[in-house]
Write a protein that binds this ligand. Structure first.
Ligand code: NAI
Ligand code: UGA
Length: 489
């Protein structure tokens, strides 16, 4: 833990509020988590949303989505009196010293660009109520240039004479780990245009900074770009290994062993190198598309043209998974009963935005398969968005009488299920492991026809036994060589 730095009482004569009162505008997956965690850190927080039902549920102590750990923290924060929710922007303007903007930035319906209208609407609604000095902090993922445009808009619409500044503080949390990632992030990025804004933002994150969290301070454009660059890198890494899976399929090589062998190189690393059905969710797919679209507008489309290929590889994985199910079913999906295990875009989340699992289930359904979808947490969301699919009430109910099982989201209850017991429920022991999450040998031993993207059809006997190598410095390497040489003498 690093030494606690005192918060300056003022910068250039402008007061810095040591324990700022905060509003969090937009209380979805990001905003609700941020509001609850900031209250848990001791700040007074007001959550603001235009969705009356969401505000009612949060005010009653109910997190409207599934996020491990958040529910109990919400109840505690409400009980402490440090957290409230409202729809009233006038109340927000009166309350906050720092206003975090966390509204959605989905893909536009008519193009690949991001729909920034919610961000503009939120700032437009807040600005007239900013009657005293305040810092507006963008956290939503936006395209480069948005912060500049918002600054001009804020200054045009805030009451004359009030000092309002805008800063950008991109968010890197992962769903399923949102609480940990908020309280103990890998890094914080502050995009600011003044020393005061930087000091005021530091005061708002003081407990996190005091833990020794690395901080990068930069201009607004860099802060905006860091976010889309990070998500593009992660998406590229996943598509890279899935591109290798495509090559593995025609060469007989095994993509899991390939990924394992690559991962021992610290420069490559093993994280985000899990092959399979690919990435989905409310962020990676739309962020790479919006970044590519914005780069084209800026005249640097070629610089990130590879993102189109990253996207294309990812989309191909979904089609290829359908191909595998069809192959296992004997060439046609018409009338084939498929147990689709998983709907959420990843485990430990109920988020079904651009979920690969549901995309696959939809394609199977469109080809005439009788699909039974089951997910431990995402059933309500899935039912609302894909009413045409059929849903099972439990994993055994989904498996009952299935001709093919498709593992599409790697929830632990699916990963740890006993292949023998599953075998009693299905009509045919055939499984497509869309997430490389199952023990292929155990399934084959139990008589299953097991398939996975990028894995050879027959079991492998060769396993890598090397353990992860620590970085070896030159002196140690020379000492190892000397020892080896001495042993030969
Ligand atoms: N979900 C995640 O894990 C992360 C999301 N982000 C970014 O954060 C932003 C929000 O994402 P999510 O929380 O997932 O979206 P979400 O859709 O769950 O939540 C957005 C919320 O904003 C509210 N809203 C819309 N217009 C509003 C307005 N004018 N005033 C007040 N509230 C308004 C909506 O009612 C909704 O509750 C996006 O830009 C996303 O890319 C960034 C990092 C992580
Ligand atoms: O901007 C965002 O909203 C967030 O997007 C991602 O977080 P998230 O979408 O919650 O989920 P990830 O854990 O990144 O997984 C994304 C998708 O990639 C898939 N994935 C992940 C890793 C992997 O090796 N292979 C793989 O296919 C997952 O199944 C999932 O569908 C980033 O990891 C966060 O840092 C970022 O803040």
């Amino acid at each position: 833990m690093s030494e606690q730095l005192p918060v300056p009482t003022s910068v250039d004569g402008i007061p810095v509020v040591a324990r700022p009162r905060m509003t969090v505008i937009g209380t979805g997956y990001l905003g609700a988590t941020h509001a609850v965690c900031m209250a848990a850190l001791g700040f007074d927080v007001l959550g603001v949303d235009v969705d009356a039902a969401k505000i009612a549920r949060l005010s009653a102590g109910e997190v409207p989505f599934f996020e491990p750990g958040l529910q109990a923290m919400l109840v505690d924060a409400l009980a402490s009196g440090r957290l409230r929710f409202t729809q009233d922007y006038a109340e927000a303007g009166e309350f906050g010293d720092v206003h975090f903007v966390c509204v959605g930035t989905p893909q536009r319906k008519d193009s690949q660009a991001a729909d920034l209208s919610y961000v503009y609407a939120a700032v437009d609604a807040l600005a007239p109520h900013l009657t005293r000095r305040a810092l507006v902090v963008g956290k939503s993922t936006v395209q480069i240039g948005t912060a500049q445009a918002l600054t001009e808009r804020l200054h045009a619409t805030a009451p004359a004479g009030t000092d309002i500044e805008l800063a950008w503080n991109p968010e890197f949390l992962r769903e399923g780990y949102a609480v940990q990632d908020t309280l103990a992030p890998d890094r914080l990025v502050f995009g600011t245009t003044s020393a005061w804004a930087s000091a005021q933002l530091a005061a708002a994150f003081r407990p996190v900074l005091d833990r020794g969290t690395p901080l990068v301070e930069c201009d607004l454009a860099t802060a905006e770009l860091v976010k889309v660059a990070a998500n593009s890198f992660l998406a590229t890494k996943i598509s890279y290994i899935n591109a290798m899976a495509e090559v593995c399929e025609v060469t007989g090589a095994d993509v899991n062993l390939l990924a394992k062998a690559l991962s021992f190189d610290d420069r490559i690393g093993g994280r985000f190198l899990k092959p399979g059905l690919g990435f989905g969710g409310g962020c990676l797919p739309k962020d790479i598309r919006a970044f590519a679209a914005r780069a084209e507008e800026l005249g640097v489309g070629q610089a990130v043209a590879f993102l189109h290929e990253v996207d294309a590889i990812n989309v191909r994985r979904r089609k290829r998974t359908v191909d595998l199910v069809r192959e296992l079913a004997g060439g046609s999906l018409a009338g084939v009963r498929v147990a689709a295990l998983g709907a959420a875009f990843k485990p430990n989340s109920d988020d079904i935005r651009d979920a690969p699992a549901l995309d696959v289930a939809r394609m199977l359904h469109e080809e005439g398969a009788i699909v039974q979808v089951y997910d431990p947490e995402a059933m309500d969301n899935a039912r609302r968005t894909y009413p045409e699919l059929t849903y099972a009430e439990s994993m055994p109910a989904a498996l009952h009488g299935a001709d093919v099982v498709a593992l599409l989201t790697e929830w632990s209850q699916f990963r740890t299920a006993d292949p023998e017991m599953m075998g009693w429920l299905v009509a045919h022991r055939r499984i497509v492991d869309g997430r490389h999450a199952l023990d292929a040998d155990a399934y084959r031993a139990a008589g299953w026809d097991y398939r996975a993207l990028g894995r050879p059809l027959l079991p492998r006997t060769v396993e890598l036994t090397a353990s992860a190598a620590d970085e070896v410095d030159l002196a140690t390497a020379l000492a190892i060589a000397e020892d080896a040489l001495a042993a030969t003498r």
